[in-house]
Each structure stands twice: as C-alpha cells, then as structure tokens.
Design a protein around this ligand. Structure first.
Ligand code: V47
Ligand code: SF4
Length: 392
C-alpha cells in the first residue's frame, strides 16, 4: 500500500501547514492537534496518519498470543465509566481469586503457544505488595518465558501507599519479583477538570505518569491509554497526548498508545451517547500524527469490534492486540460488540490480510515471533476467487 496525498489548492492554510509538517517529519503542536480535531476531514487526517504508519511499519500489522487474568471485579474505587466493578456492597456478584486460583489459570495454558499474560482488575486490600510479589514470582517459577504484563499505577499507587513504601522501592520490588512490563490502563484523562469527575478517587494523572517514569528508569517498558468519548473536550484529549509525548521524550519507555472508546452500558455514565465510528477513526489518526515518538498505535479489537479494528489499519493503527481467548470481561460488560472475545491466530491473520496488510506475530516487546506473509491456510483455498470475503 502507498499513501500519496495531493494537497487541494483550496485547502485552508492551517491544514496545509500541518500537512507540510507531517511530510517533512516535523512535530505538530497542541494548537495543530486541536485544529485537526475541530476542522479536518476524516480523509485528511487518515491520509496523514497512514503516511506515518507506512513510513514506520510499511504494511506490517502486529498481534500477539495472550490471555488475561482479572483477579477480582470488586473495587474500592467508583470510576463512573466502569461497568465491570462490583462495589464491596454487592460483593456476592463478584469474584475474588486466590493466588492458587490464579496459578490454576496460568497452568491451564501449559503447552499452549501464548507469550504473554495480562493481569489487571479491581483494587482490594487483600491484593497487596506481598500478594502480587508472590504471584509474579510463582508465575516465573512455573513458566519463566511467559511475559508478565501486570497492574497499572492505580493498583501500584494503592499498594505502595498501604505498605508505606516509595514508588521507587515498590517498582524495584515488583521488577525483582518478575514483573516484565506494565499495561496502559488507568490513564483515562489526566486533566483534573475531567479526572476528578470520572476516576472515582484513584491515583492522579501526575501519579500515573510518575510511576511509569520510575518504571522506565528501571529499564522497563510500558503502554499508555486514553479513555475518550465521554465528558472530555478536544482540549483535554490533546493535553493528555501532550503529557504522554513529554514523558516519552524523557524516557523512551512507552511502546504503544491505545485509545479506548468509552462504552456506555451499565455504568454511571450510561446516559451519555457513544461517539461515532468517524470520531473513533479521527481519534486514532490524530493520535498517530501527534505521538511522533511512539512506535505503535493499537486498536483493541475486543473494545471496538473486528470490522472497526480492520478499518483502523488505514488510520494510523499498526497493532490489534492479541488472541485474548475470552479471558477479559471489561468490555463485554460495558456493551462492546464482542461479547466473548476470542480469536484464533488464523482468524487474526485473516482479519489483517483482508484489508491488504501483512500479519506479524510479535512478543510483548515487539520481537517478531512469526511473519505470516507466506503462510497458507486451508481457508485460503476455500475462498479463492471470491470477491466478498468474511471479516474473519
Ligand atoms: O483503565 C473501563 C478502560 C482500561 C470502560 O496495555 C473502559 O496492552 C471503555 O487499559 N468503556 C483497562 N473503556 C484496559 C486497558 C488495556 C486494554 C488492552 C490492552 C492494554 C495494553 C490495556 O479499560 C481502564 C479504562 O480506561 N475502561 N471501563 C468503558 N465502560
Ligand atoms: Fe476500579 Fe478500575 Fe473499575 Fe475504576 S476502572 S472502578 S479502578 S476496576
């Protein structure tokens, strides 16, 4: 695929200037990004984002083989967008896994070719520093090569404060116990005007950023997210991206940025409508254009659905996460199209191929596990000569 944009002579001068910056490889500023959100067409931002995506990765589109473990869905916090948490009052509707329960889940993947376990869930007092340190070292003892991507600054801030240890001491302890990387959750919207209204008393934007910074200083890698499409304005989104870009300039420790679309089923913000697919694609594209120092932009398919994940690959996205194996409930409980998210490796590969991209299985740190370009599946013969193909 190639992306060539010819600039219409009638194009507004601000947009022309932004396009020239992008083609020259120059960074856009916050005003530019807000201008794109407010005034640019979908095709305009899409072309620029696709140009950057192809410059960085060509047609390569990454996925991995992973599973999630959510130790509990009961939580002390009360984030107003959360459909997943059962407050302590409704404890009977929730689950609280013991270390043994979690190890049984890990062991159920023995012999399967997964490379990553993603662990994240609610915040409760019994899941403390000792619990998680023991859990990480048990997983490593059992399956040393399995990458442990676990917990966010929401949990770390809570457990370190409870144990009266500093972020620095705490993150070092986690690293020594076996933590390999940190997922991007808990970021929501950093700006206090919004965060104070939606984040239910959990860690601040500054604390989220500081814990990632310390982790990066220890040599660790992590991801970053942004929960968009609720009560924030474009100013707040750009402010969020700005904070991430600044930290990335300092540490270089972020791998992937994952925009997360607010889903409105069964939460305290259910009265808000969800944003359109056009808005989703614009948001991916502008994130790709603005975050010039992030290698990857990920569309999380259990959240936006398979077809939107395919479309996003023309709007700056180069990664669609993993096989998941129906092990996360965060999005099905919030109203996602994907009620039982699980895709086989073949299905993920076909999803990527059917929009003309190359499927590359990666590990968590983006080392190539397998390039599927020349791999032929039985289904390829079945659909030979067909004009319309199924999504997967
Ligand atoms: O922080 C919760 C979001 C996040 C809703 O790092 C919601 O590879 C939309 O961060 N509508 C957790 N979003 C998930 C997460 C994640 C997912 C996949 C990959 C990675 C990675 C990280 O889910 C939370 C919150 O922002 N969330 N409720 C909702 N109703
Ligand atoms: Fe708890 Fe996370 Fe839900 Fe907030 S988003 S209530 S921290 S489980």
């Amino acid at each position: 695929m190639s992306s060539i944009v010819t600039l219409d002579s009638n194009i507004d001068s601000v947009l022309r200037n932004i396009a020239e910056k992008v083609y020259a490889g120059t960074r856009i500023d916050n005003h530019d990004a807000e201008y794109l959100f407010n005034h640019a067409s979908l095709s305009f931002v899409g072309s620029l984002a696709n140009h950057i995506r192809e410059k960085k990765h060509g047609d390569n589109t990454y996925f991995n083989r992973n599973f999630h473990i959510e130790p509990t869905n009961i939580c002390l916090y009360t984030c107003s967008f959360c459909s997943y948490s059962r407050l302590i009052k409704k404890r009977s509707e929730g689950w609280e896994y013991t270390l043994e329960d979690i190890m049984d889940i890990v062991k159920s993947y023995d012999g399967k070719p997964v490379t990553e376990v993603h662990i994240v869930g609610g915040v409760l007092p019994q899941y403390d520093v000792t619990f998680y340190a023991n859990l990480f070292s048990e997983i490593k003892k059992h399956r040393p090569e399995l990458h442990v991507k676990a917990l966010t600054p929401v949990e770390y801030h809570y457990i370190f404060k409870k144990d009266k240890i500093s972020y620095e001491e705490g993150m070092l302890l986690m690293k020594n116990a076996g933590l390999d990387s940190m997922p991007g959750g808990g970021a929501e919207i950093f700006h206090p005007e919004i965060r104070d209204q939606i984040a239910g008393g959990k860690c601040s934007g500054e604390q989220w950023l500081r814990i990632h910074e310390i982790w990066h200083e220890l040599g660790g890698r992590s991801n970053a997210t942004m929960l968009y499409g609720h009560i924030e304005s474009y100013f707040h989104r750009v402010d969020h991206l700005d904070k991430l870009r600044q930290l990335q300039d300092k540490t270089g420790g972020f791998q992937t940025f994952i925009p997360l679309k607010f889903r409105n089923q069964d939460n305290q913000m259910s009265h808000l409508p969800e944003v359109s697919h056009v808005e989703d694609l614009k948001n991916y594209a502008i994130s790709r254009i603005y975050l010039d120092n992030f290698d990857h932009i990920k569309a999380y398919w259990p959240m936006i659905g398979r077809e939107m994940a395919q479309l996003s690959l023309s709007f700056g996205v180069d990664d669609i996460d993993g096989t998941i194996d129906d092990t996360t409930k965060i999005y099905s409980m919030a109203g996602s199209e994907e009620q039982n998210p699980a895709l086989s490796t073949e299905e993920l590969v076909q999803m990527i191929r059917r929009v003309g991209r190359k499927a590359i299985e990666r590990d968590t740190l983006y080392n190539v596990v397998q390039d599927y370009t020349d791999v032929v599946f039985e289904e390829d013969n079945l659909y030979k000569g067909y004009v319309s193909l199924p999504v997967v």
